[in-house]
Design a protein around this ligand. Structure first.
Ligand SMILES: Cc1ncc(C[n+]2csc(CCOP(=O)(O)OP(=O)(O)O)c2C)c(N)n1
Ligand code: SF4
Ligand SMILES: [Mg+2]
Length: 313
């Protein structure tokens, strides 16, 4: 099988253990950390989607969440804080056959990488973005993050945060994401199902994944009890209707601040073209994956590295 088997369509038997590294590094997440829930859900989702490790790229940011790369065996890129999305976008554009998954924390994605989040959603890049939302900076020992509730006390906000938190679902919808869901590490069945849907969705799929941090965020508890909005008659809305989805997201975000956890699918639009499709439509995406040209000695480059260097001296 070639290095870019992502562009083959062969059916294969896939097992979740294929995503476990051969020499398994010891997970350094704290006992009870919600990050284990993301890893387990992802390992279960991939065989169901039918993608093999060599058809998959996982790009992570920096944080406890960023360690996902070490424990999930596929192509990987442990990037800079807040910068997983631009790297994931470039990889998808160069090799559209790859299954691209980006992942990182709430500080990473909604704070320092917020600009990339907004524009990747707007452009509808075909990828899955999993945000481990523990409502604090975990790796750097519990500072207030963009999703920390108002009044949340931490070392950086000893008198309690004076800020209203970011509304990640609403922000995602307003920016242009075509699939938006929220799940929780304490709900493994739903988490796996939502990741399968998100990965299979053609376009930018954003999953806000509630991951409890028992070490630094006692406020978040275990995110239990939780309600699955698709299973509760109180929440009768159409996930394909933008306005109804927006109302439902606002409700779920407000209730989370009051300690009530609403999870499920909030929005899906299957009618939008992905960014790659938009580029193909205007003739700006190459017919063959750009990534393959590196292995094709006869490929003629429109702009060579030498030419670019010469123009900059
Ligand atoms: C540019 C930059 N700024 C700051 C840091 C320090 N830093 C590392 S992880 C982190 C916060 C992580 O929080 P979050 O993204 O929520 O991930 P978590 O650890 O909670 O999973 C910060 C501020 C860094 N590595 N790079
Ligand atoms: S500090 Fe929090 S987020 Fe980081 S590994 Fe420990 S429990 Fe998980
Ligand atoms: Mg965090």
């Amino acid at each position: 099988m070639s290095a870019f088997s992502a562009i083959d369509d062969e059916e294969q038997e896939i097992d979740q253990n294929e995503f476990t590294p051969g020499i398994e590094p010891q997970a350094t997440w704290c006992p009870g950390c919600g990050d284990f829930g993301v890893l387990n859900a992802l390992k279960q989702a991939m065989p169901e989607v039918g993608r093999t490790p060599d058809e998959t790229l996982l790009v992570t940011g920096i944080g406890c969440s960023g360690k996902l790369n070490s424990y999930f065996d596929c192509y990987g890129y442990h990037s800079l804080h807040g910068r997983s999305l631009p790297i994931a976008r470039a990889a998808k554009l160069a090799n559209p056959g790859l299954e691209v998954i980006a992942a990182g924390g709430d500080g990473d994605g909604y704070g320092i990488g917020g600009n990339h989040f907004m524009h990747t959603a707007r452009e509808n890049h075909d990828m899955t973005y999993i945000v481990f939302n523990n409502e604090i900076f975990g790796l750097t020992k519990g500072q207030t993050s963009p999703t920390s509730p108002k009044g949340h006390k931490s070392k950086t906000q000893p008198h309690g945060s004076a800020k209203d938190p970011v509304r990640p679902l609403s922000l995602s919808l307003a920016s242009g994401a075509s699939y938006v869901a929220r799940t929780a590490a304490v709900n493994p069945r739903q988490a796996k199902e939502i990741l399968v849907e998100a990965i299979e969705h053609d376009g930018f799929a954003h999953v806000d994944f509630l991951t409890q941090c028992p070490t630094w965020n006692k406020d978040a508890g275990e995110y239990v009890p939780y309600t699955d909005i698709q299973d509760d008659d109180e929440f009768d809305f159409d996930i394909t209707d933008r306005r109804e989805a927006a109302d439902m997201m606002y409700e779920a975000e407000s209730r989370l601040w009051e300690g009530e956890v609403l999870t499920g699918r909030f929005y899906q639009d299957t009618s939008r073209r992905t960014y790659t499709e938009e580029k193909q439509k205007i003739g700006e995406a190459p017919a063959e994956p750009l990534a393959e040209r590196y292995f094709d000695e006869d490929a003629e480059w429109e702009r060579s590295v030498e030419e670019i260097r010469a123009n900059h001296t």
